[in-house]
Design a protein. Structure first.
Length: 373
């Protein structure tokens, strides 16, 4: 029997939101091209499946997709902007054991400005509360931290804590998936300070899961300063993404789309063991984009568990006698920036932000030129 994998299924590139850090809404997939149930049936056994988009609840057949994926996955989490409350509730009534992550980009005004969805905060928040009232266990917030919403980070965490919900964080990334090449954190110390505050709150909690989340957020500070990943990236070895066209990819962080094969045309075993898949694995081994997104970090945290575990043990020990057991200045680059040993321009060059790049949108009919064809 082949080993179980970790998969992300991008069911659509259509989206009803207009986020400032993602241009996916400008490059939607056509409904008739989007991954079919027949293709989903060909996916392998998975220990974890993330269903994402675009906005996955735009798909009329989202229930059928979930039903099919449940047959082959131990755990399913759907990432959504939470706008389609009735559809989300309806699905969760049928499958209460799935997880729902609603991305909320800050408190009300900030969220609505970033997301470009009228009443987006209230829609998302209402959906979360209704799911909780229904007794759904695995529900939570997801927030992509940028200069504009960093001051809301801890407030949003407190809100999720009051509701006893998960709180997932990310920061700005550039890739074909976001159809974006110009995302960058401008005020790194300010954003890092907010992450530091969050890390300390998480470390002070009684939840081992939150202690490991603290490590993830420590990694986000490292990431926004453009440093090497704290853990190796093994995407495409035991983890994959599949896009609305059936193209299987290592991840969603590459500049251009890297394709291991197409599941509409191949069987899973043919695709996974193909020369093309091996070529992509070599690209991953040399990848220097140093993303820090939960999709690639969570498998690495499980695989190299002793690295985050040792970090957690040291900081929990410090928490016994220190009010703030964690400091962002533990990272050399943060100290160097404070001490003027490295400039903002040098750090900017370490990021994936490229103001001259034309973002590849990864669409079926486009060779990656970024046009609207
Ligand atoms: S970040 Fe998500 S919700 Fe926002 S435009 Fe992109 S796909 Fe849509
Ligand atoms: S670092 Fe990993 S997740 Fe990021 S682009 Fe490279 S292979 Fe993909």
């Amino acid at each position: 029997m082949s080993k179980k994998l970790n998969g992300t299924v991008i069911v659509t590139y259509r989206c009803n939101a207009r986020c400032n850090m993602c241009n996916r809404f400008k490059a939607p997939s056509r409904p008739e091209d989007e991954i079919s149930i027949e293709t989903i049936k060909k996916l392998p056994e998975m220990y974890f499946t993330n269903i994402t988009g675009g906005e996955p609840f735009i798909r009329e057949d989202i229930k059928d997709i979930v039903r099919e994926l449940r047959k082959k996955s131990d755990r399913i989490v759907i990432s959504t902007n939470g706008f389609f409350t009735d559809k989300i509730i309806d699905l969760c009534k049928e499958v209460p054991d799935i997880g729902i992550r609603i991305s909320i980009e800050g408190l009300e005004q900030t969220n609505n400005e970033i997301r470009g969805l009228p009443d987006g905060f209230n829609r998302g928040y209402t959906t979360l509360k209704k799911l909780r009232e229904m007794g759904m266990k695995d529900v939570g917030f997801g927030m992509t931290v940028q200069d504009r919403n960093a001051p809301d980070l801890c407030e949003l965490y407190k809100l999720s804590d009051e509701l006893d919900m998960e709180f997932a964080t990310a920061s700005l990334h550039n890739s074909f998936y976001f159809v974006e090449a110009k995302n960058i954190i401008k005020d790194r110390p300010m954003v890092a300070q907010n992450f530091e505050n969050l890390v300390n709150m998480l470390l002070k909690s009684n939840s081992p899961k939150k202690w490991f989340r603290a490590y993830f957020n420590h990694g986000l500070i490292n990431y926004i300063y453009g440093q090497k990943r704290l853990l190796p990236c093994d995407m495409s070895f035991d983890t994959f993404f599949i896009d609305p066209y059936g193209d299987v990819m290592p991840c969603n962080g590459t500049k251009d789309k890297e394709v291991m094969g197409n599941l509409n045309d191949q069987t899973w075993d043919e695709l996974w063991n193909s020369e093309q898949a091996e070529r992509v694995r070599k690209v991953v081994r040399c990848c220097d984009r140093d993303c820090w997104m939960i999709g690639s970090v969570s498998p690495a945290m499980h695989k190299y568990i002793w690295v985050p575990a040792w970090w957690v043990i040291r900081h929990k020990f410090k928490a016994l006698f220190m009010k703030k057991p964690y400091s962002m200045y533990e990272l050399k680059v943060v100290r160097d920036y404070r001490d003027g040993k490295v400039s903002k321009e040098e750090l900017d060059k370490c990021s994936t932000c490229d103001f001259n790049a034309v973002a590849n949108n990864g669409l079926k009919d486009c060779g990656g030129c970024g046009c609207d064809k």
